[in-house]
Ligand binder design. Structure first.
Ligand code: 4NP
Length: 173
């Protein structure tokens, strides 16, 4: 489902659910609130792995978010195939490994996409290299990786919201 105009529930998926997907969740919560459409949306995140279940986001993720005006409130949880595939219109994987994991777990193909499918910079890339559509895992790298993740996540979520609410930009009466 790459037409976003009918999408109202989104599950962001990464590996540990402490870096990339909680950042995407927090950024979408914040930007949708700024647009007055927060209450129209269901926004969650999860990991395909279980190592960090119950933990808050990585401190480096919390820091980059905070520095950019975004407060993160999620706790890590693992993908729940029995309910998540029905509850969400779209599951957005941060990298190709995450995408194959959710497909292997039974996610309907029309609901599973790489998050950066909606990145305006990646979309404009004439080479269209599918590897460019990943948000690289920043967990084992230095602080610059977290700034890069934030920039990709922020511009991609903005573009998604533009497309989701192209017609209807308010919650109305
Ligand atoms: P994330 O990053 O998938 O963006 O949350 C990672 C967090 C933890 C691990 C790997 C990636 N880990 O191996 O524990």
């Amino acid at each position: 489902m790459s037409d976003l105009s009918r999408v109202r529930s989104v599950l962001f998926v990464c590996l540990g659910n402490i870096c990339r997907s909680p950042l995407a969740q927090g950024v979408m919560e914040e930007l949708s609130a700024q647009r007055g459409v927060r209450s129209l949306l269901t926004i969650e995140s999860c990991g395909t792995g279980a190592w960090h279940v119950g933990e808050p986001p990585d401190p480096r993720t919390v820091e980059v978010a905070q520095r950019n005006g975004v407060r993160l409130s999620s706790r890590a949880r693992q993908l729940a195939p029995a309910t998540d595939f029905a509850r969400f219109d779209l599951l957005l994987a941060m990298d190709r490994r995450n995408l194959s994991s959710i497909l292997r777990a039974g996610c309907p193909e029309h609901k599973a996409l790489l998050f950066r499918t909606f990145d305006p910079i990646a979309r404009a890339d004439p080479e269209n290299d599918p590897w460019n559509l990943e948000v690289p895992d920043p967990y084992h790298g230095g602080p610059a990786g977290f700034d890069d993740s934030f920039a990709m996540v922020h511009r991609t979520v903005q573009a998604m919201l533009d497309e989701m609410f192209a017609q209807d930009t308010t919650e109305g009466p």
